[in-house]
Write a protein that binds this ligand. Structure first.
Ligand code: SF4
Length: 361
């Protein structure tokens, strides 16, 4: 029986009207053509999945060329499942957060064997797919009415319902998830989720929301109470840990030493050797001579900072021209500038060192 067919008690009628208002108004306002994003032109679950993984922590405009290259190389989950990890990481180079790419590959191999899950709960069992990504895929590709809770939706809902508890707490997220699942369109859940994303990007922005242009302002308690600018509340952040490193650019006749990282961040990625701390020239000399590297020239080049989600690296780049070397371990290799670009997926945390090499030439 539909809502329209049965008699509703007053409270239920209020909830129904509210649901109808939010859902209908946001869908009437939504214009997908205003944001011409390649993943909005499809309802293919694999395409939605890849785009959502790339969009985690990365702006849509940055993602577009990566997404298009990735899809050209790996057009289906099966094609991705058959790829080497190194090739996948290479296609991901520059996007950062490489664990996303590894999980995507692992999950594609499961999908190849077991088929693509088509509901929210089962999608969440795949590596790298959390609540938000599962909801986005389930609602857009399979039309399941489940709300995709990201920072945009948390902000919008904390304002719509004047929720003052910190939105990063799981209890608050659960509360918002339940409310949004009550509001979501049963016929166009994917559009509802995408409309909310657009509303968060264009109108209900983190600072100075454009309430007078908002299709939901009549339902919005924060707008009525004049506190939209003050919400959402968040738990105060802990300071990011800082780590200092000396990065060695070891140059032997135009080839540079790179290592496959075995510990810490960026494991299994290729990078330049990092020594803990900001070392003096004498310490670097001692370190290299103990390993039978013979030095011709050494120069301190530049300092840079690389910010991860929970850590900051402060890196000093030191260029060392070598006469000879001994390098027995398999995880080390030598690569010229072109190979560093074309063969090894050097993560963005090491990109400033590549710029130093370019400035040398
Ligand atoms: Fe956000 Fe303002 Fe719209 Fe409320 S009225 S949802 S605060 S933009």
């Amino acid at each position: 029986m539909s809502y329209k067919q049965r008699q509703l008690p007053v409270f239920e009628l209020f909830c129904y009207n509210r649901f109808m208002c939010i859902s209908n108004k946001i869908l009437a306002w939504y214009r997908p053509e205003d944001r011409d994003l390649p993943w909005r032109r499809t309802e293919d679950a694999y395409h939605i999945w890849v785009s959502e993984i790339m969009l985690q922590q990365t702006q849509a405009q940055t993602v577009i060329p990566y997404y298009e290259r990735f899809m050209a190389k790996f057009p289906t989950a099966e094609a991705l499942a058959d790829a080497d990890e190194e090739d996948v990481l290479k296609m991901w180079q520059g996007l950062g957060y490489y664990r996303r790419a590894r999980h995507l590959l692992e999950a594609a191999r499961i999908v190849k064997d077991e088929g693509m899950p088509s509901d929210f709960k089962t999608l969440k069992q795949l590596p790298g797919i959390g609540d938000y990504t599962a909801a986005a895929i389930a609602s857009i590709a399979f039309h399941e009415p489940v709300a995709a809770i990201d920072g945009n939706l948390l902000r919008i809902y904390s304002r719509l319902y004047c929720i003052t508890e910190p939105v990063d707490r799981s209890k608050t997220k659960r509360r918002i998830f339940e409310r949004a699942n009550d509001d979501i369109s049963r016929t166009r859940p994917g559009d509802f989720n995408q409309a909310m994303m657009d509303l968060g990007n264009k109108i209900c922005t983190p600072t100075r929301p454009l309430c007078l242009l908002c299709p939901l302002r009549e339902e919005c308690r924060a707008f009525k109470e004049g506190v939209a600018d003050e919400l959402p509340h968040k738990t105060p952040k802990k300071k990011q840990a800082r780590e200092n490193y000396t990065l060695l650019l070891l140059d032997l006749d135009g080839d540079y030493l790179v290592e496959k990282r075995t510990e810490g961040l960026l494991q299994a990625m290729w990078g330049f050797p990092l020594l803990s701390g900001h070392l003096k020239k004498e310490d670097i000399q001692k370190y290299l001579s103990e390993r039978d590297f013979m030095i011709e020239d050494m120069r301190e080049m530049r300092d840079y900072r690389h910010v991860f989600s929970h850590k900051i690296w402060n890196v000093s780049v030191v260029y060392v021209k070598l006469k000879t070397m001994v390098c027995a371990e398999d995880r080390y290799t030598w690569a010229n500038r072109a190979a560093l670009e074309d063969v090894y997926a050097i993560p963005s945390a090491f990109q400033p060192a590549l710029e130093v090499i370019d400035a040398l030439d």
